[in-house]
Ligand binder design. Sequence first.
Ligand code: URA
Length: 225
Amino acid sequence: MDAQRQRYLQVMGIQTWAYAGLRSLEQTPDDPHGQSATDNGPQWEALAAEVAGCERCKLSATRTQTVFGTGDRQARIMIVGEAPGADEDRQGEPFVGRAGQLLTRIIQALGYRREQVYIANIVKCRPPDNRNPEGDEVDACASFLRRQIELVQPEVIVAVGGVAAQNLLRTEASVGQLRGRRLTHPETGIPVVVTYHPAYLLRSPGEKRKVWLDLRHLARTGQPA
Ligand code: URA
């Protein structure tokens, strides 16, 4: 971790540790890379409770429940999607519908289990009729995702789809324009890899190869190109 990021996290009051090279892929959720799984536990619990009770925007009126995030809270790779759909709204977990099943297969193709990455969305509540989240909804939720990123401290963030990429990177560029570029999350300096959303791949299966091209370096090294 570079000195600037370390300093930023310290200022934010977030516990950090020194990376000893790449973490083992054989880590288990109970003993991730030799640390107690309860590291930063109180911050996670407080954040999850805040999200569960959130009424900052109009999506709170139509949701069944909030969809916080799932996976290894000390993961090397954090995947960020757009927003919960109907299945996620029902089950309270991100990416559990058809697109989610494809995402799980992509994660496995990278050599990871789904539980070894951390998965979250730009917004934590389902937009009605699966429309894109609106600006005020994204803004209301932004600090939740930022705090999740600060707590996980991933080595890389994978933004799937345009909504995730544009909001994480504060750009209006398309996925096509952002793929294959060295990008960083402005607030934390963490590298961001942009690729297509699995829902797009369900509609355009011929594009799956491009996702692999985007992610193969991650698969080989666990780090962005
Ligand atoms: N699409 C997303 O972007 N996120 C989910 O959780 C489900 C579908």
